[in-house]
Each structure stands twice: as structure tokens, then as C-alpha cells.
Design a binder for this molecule. Sequence first.
Ligand code: GRF
Length: 235
Amino acid sequence: MALPLAVLVSGGGSNLQSIIDRIEEGSLDAEVRLVISNKAGAYGITRARNNGIPTKVMSHKDYASREAFDRDMVAAMREHGVTAPEGAVVMAGFMRIVTPELLDAFPDRVVNIHPALLPSFPGIHGQGDAAEYGVRISGCTVHFVDEKMDNGPIIIQAAVPVQAGEDGDSLGPRILKLEHRILPQALQWLAEERLTVDGRHVHVKVGPKPLAAQPRADSEPSAPALVWPPLEEGF
Ligand code: GRF
């Protein structure tokens, strides 16, 4: 069975789009059953609708607590057939901290994409904070989610060089292109049940596919990226 997914967004939803595209291409064996946004105007919701995916807009302002909000999200996911242990939840630009109401319903099945090399530069301005700090390498991280912000066990990271004088606006798009590759890859490993969490460590079982990352037509040809574990064919 294709991995049932609920995808949580707050904004543009380009990471959601990367999931939809890889599913359509056949490299990601998943089905997005529901897209939830906490922002009514999020373009991610439009992307979902354009692809015939059920959507739900839930303003966190209508809830007395984070727990109550998460409880309603879990209920909506259940209604759409996204439950543990088969299903998984993707925080794809979802700007909310989640609680045990969600995490306990999906043990080791909630993943987040963050636009920096964690544990450096957590928070909502990862790209800009890294550029301002003057780091020479930044990147992005897909990790399992726990109760702390941008904190759980790391599944995959990709690194990009940072030029002196860059800011978040110039660095962000280069990082985003890699987000669009490592997030679907991490989800495919989850779909193939190849991820084991051991404390802070995530083991990726070597799979049947060759560990050979081919540059994608839409990726930066001039910026060789270090991605570890390596991307597999199709990502
Ligand atoms: C991405 O950079 C993601 O890492 C961060 O928010 C951004 C969302 O982009 N958490 P999009 O909505 O997927 O286009």
C-alpha cells in the first residue's frame, strides 16, 4: 500500500508540490490523503486543490490550546485514513510547534523539513540567520519531530556553499531546491520501512536501489551538493 500522508502547510507549499511531483513520477510510493493549513490564504491549499487532494483549513486562533488544535488535526487525519502505524505526517513549511496529541498518535511517523543544518539555526529564519552569521556551508535537514522545535532525530541533510555577503533571500532558493529533493527521499525511505530510530540516531537500511544521485534537470548544475545519506535514483 502506498504510504498514506497528511501534509501540514502554512505557506507556499513548494515542498508539498515536490511530494506530489515525485508521487506522480512514480519515485515516491505515497498518497497525500489530506493537506491541512493553519492559514486560510496559504498557496499550499491551492496546490492541493489543483491536484484533487482533500484540504482542511484550521486557524489555530480558533483553539484554546495547542493540544486542542492538534487533537482536531488528528481527528481530521483519521477521517481521511491517515493513522499510525501505516500513515505519516509531514510538516512542510508548517509554522507551528506540535504537541504529544499529534506525536503520540504517530510515533516516529511525523517528519519536518528545516532550511538549515540542524542543530544550527533552528526557528523560522534558518536561511537568514545562517547567512547573517557568516557560515560558509548551510543547507537543509529532514528530521523526525519531537516536542521541541526543530529538534528530533535527523534522517537526511544536504549542504550548500554560502558566498560571503549573501543573505537569506539569495541563499534560501538554493536551499529550497535541495529541500525538494531530500524530503521526498526521506518519505520514500519511510514508505519502504527502511528507517529505524535508535535514540537520536536514524539508521537507513541500504535498499535495492543503487546509491547514485543523478543531477535533476531543475537542480543547480553549478552547485554540487553534499547529501547524506546519498540520494537514490529518482530523487
Ligand atoms: C521551507 O524553507 C521549509 O524548510 C520551511 O518553510 C519553507 C516552506 O516552503 N520550514 P514551502 O511552503 O514548502 O514552499
